[in-house]
Write a protein that binds this ligand. Structure first.
Ligand code: ADP
Length: 550
């Protein structure tokens, strides 16, 4: 007998449904943006949706057809949000490019994606004027500004004005219905570990990810929240917040390029921000500003920190000094990006405070939709005992199964002989409650005489020293042990600590043989375009470093 089929409506999961929902049910809820132009701009979900439809009309008038790529080089702001919805909603593919990449990388990525339209903000005009001749596929350059900001003369042929394009349309446009598996957007990995690769998200994967992101055990977004995504919209779609915020219909505050401590603090206070998300480095800047000016947050309640390991000391400062809950999260471009977040279970309520804290410091549990495993080098799964560490693999409806343009190469691997798992390149443990902890990126692990030392563990300890602003642990060459840990440190302004004092600080906090062999003090640690420590560059910088022999 054939199975009885469900008798529910077939409605494709489309990104346009998110903004339509927000416009209908949270019409007057504000989207506030600090613009590149320097001023504040206020709009609503209703207006964003209307202007997204106008933009869809304008893109069609420019000759864009289903599947064409519309690239952005832009900060977090309402126009960027309109492109997210206007492009994806009309079956085009929104391609966010990270403007912090080197110009040649931007050219490479735009050409690889074969972008047809490039929308960019005012401060990128000089850059685009320089690289435009190399962007062979781009037919239309759009400056995301009003008429008054258009340059009188520009070497860019037929430079278009975003506001003029939008304002010329009447908005009489119905969001089209199409297959939910259609591509919605492309995001390139930042290339920290090789050439950038494109992850192509679908409408279905993005909507499912938005549902998951908003769950209480994930980002816990609600209509009562005021959300400030510090994480840029070019860094894995601001971790899905532009979609999740529409799904719950909350107020959104967009910082534009103004990510320094002072600007962020003022925005948090003036707009009554309750929730935020970003990589650890941005919190370093904000916390330094807030502490040195003896300020407090009046509405800020919780934040997601991820993208690289959140140092426990930072977590503690936010929790104890400012009453801000920190949700430690792990993810990747290839996962849209959310994989795990650290939220406790009911049974953990009984645990002593420090045991609870240790769980919260882990990268956390998967959200429903993601499945994970740790495997050895032969693909055999390892136990979830909190101590066996192995290669972390994942699968789920918002995990890529191949990279853009590489249809013939599958990155997937097998677990216990069953294929279909994405290898993350991270090394992790998983405990019996499903709390995953990243030990390291496989490329960053320090291999000392066949034993592995976690660079994250060393960095977390160093960051707990009151004189340390930022720390990176890297492998330095050693004649006997092959590699030994070298700690690279930026001191806090006006703070003093010596090499020996810092090394002593490790004693009793980690096994003796894992304590770094040496410390070097630098004025700055290099960061990648997404704000992570650039280990590759550091390793190169210190490749000739001679470790002390005793
Ligand atoms: P890229 O791989 O190009 O740097 P991604 O933003 O996709 O760009 O980086 C994903 C990687 O970032 C993960 O594989 C992991 O190594 C690291 N990462 C993300 N979140 C965390 C976290 N909370 N703790 C430790 N590492 C993290």
């Amino acid at each position: 007998m054939p199975a009885l089929m469900g008798q529910m409506m077939q409605m494709p999961l489309l990104i346009s449904s998110l903004v339509r929902h927000a416009a209908r049910h949270s019409a007057d809820t504000e989207i506030v943006s600090k613009r590149v132009e320097g001023d504040m701009h206020r709009t609503t979900w209703a207006e964003v949706e209307l202007r997204s439809r106008k933009l869809a009309q304008a893109l069609a008038r420019l000759g864009c057809e289903a599947g064409d790529r519309v690239a952005t080089l832009a900060w977090n702001g309402y126009r960027h949000l309109e492109i997210y919805y206007g492009a994806s909603g009309s079956q085009l593919v929104c391609h966010t490019i990270n403007p912090r990449l080197f110009p040649e990388q931007i050219v490479w990525i735009a050409n690889d994606a074969a972008d047809k339209v490039l929308c960019f903000e005012l401060n990128f005009l000089p850059l685009i004027e320089k690289i435009a001749p190399q962007l062979g596929s781009v037919k239309h350059f759009v400056l995301m500004a009003g008429r008054s900001h258009m340059p009188a003369n520009s070497p860019i042929p037929n430079l278009l004005c975003y506001e003029e394009l939008v304002e010329a349309e009447n908005g009489d446009y119905a969001w089209p219905e199409f297959d939910e598996n259609t591509a919605s957007s492309i995001c390139y990995t930042s290339g920290t570990t090789g050439n950038p690769k494109g992850a192509v998200y679908s409408h279905r994967s993005s909507v499912l990810h938005a549902y998951a992101a908003a769950l209480p055990d994930a980002m816990d977004c609600a209509a009562s929240d005021v959300v400030l995504p510090v994480v840029p919209m070019f860094h894995v779609n601001a971790w899905g917040l532009p979609y999740a915020c529409a799904l719950v219909g909350c107020k959104v505050v967009m910082p534009g390029p103004h990510l320094d401590g002072k600007s962020l603090y003022e925005l948090f206070e003036n707009e009554k921000v309750s929730f935020s998300a970003g990589v650890p480095t941005v919190w370093l800047g904000l916390l330094t500003y807030v502490k040195s000016n003896n300020l407090k947050f009046s509405t800020f309640k919780r934040t997601v920190i991820g993208g690289s390991a959140c140092p426990p000391a930072m977590m503690k400062t936010l929790q104890e000094d400012f009453g801000v809950e920190v949700i430690h999260a792990w993810g990747m471009t290839e996962l849209s990006p959310l994989g795990t977040l650290s939220k406790l279970k009911a049974k953990h309520a009984e645990l002593p405070q420090d045991a609870r804290q240790r769980l919260l410091e882990k990268q956390g549990r998967v959200i429903y939709g993601i499945d994970m495993a740790i495997i050895d080098d032969d693909g055999k799964s390892l136990p979830w005992d909190g101590s066996s560490s192995g290669n972390l693999v994942v699968r789920g409806p918002w995990v890529i199964d191949r990279y853009f343009g590489k249809t013939d190469e599958s990155p997937l691997v097998s677990v216990d002989g069953v294929g279909g798992w994405f290898p993350t390149g991270d090394v992790a443990t998983i405990d019996a409650d499903g709390f995953m902890q990243i030990t390291d990126r496989s490329k960053d692990v320090i291999k000392s005489g066949g034993e592995w030392i976690s660079s994250i563990d060393l960095e977390n300890i160093a960051m707990a020293h009151p004189a340390v602003h930022e720390a990176a642990a890297i492998a330095a060459r050693h004649p006997k042990w092959d590699e030994r840990p070298l700690l690279v440190v930026v001191k806090k302004p006006n703070a003093e600590v010596t090499r020996d004092e810092l090394l002593q600080f490790f004693e009793g906090r980690i096994a003796k043989w894992q304590i770094p062999d040496d410390v070097v003090f630098v004025s700055e640690i290099p960061h990648t375009a997404t704000g992570k420590i650039q280990k590759l560059k550091l390793r190169d910088q210190f490749k000739d470093h001679r470790l002390p022999t005793i």
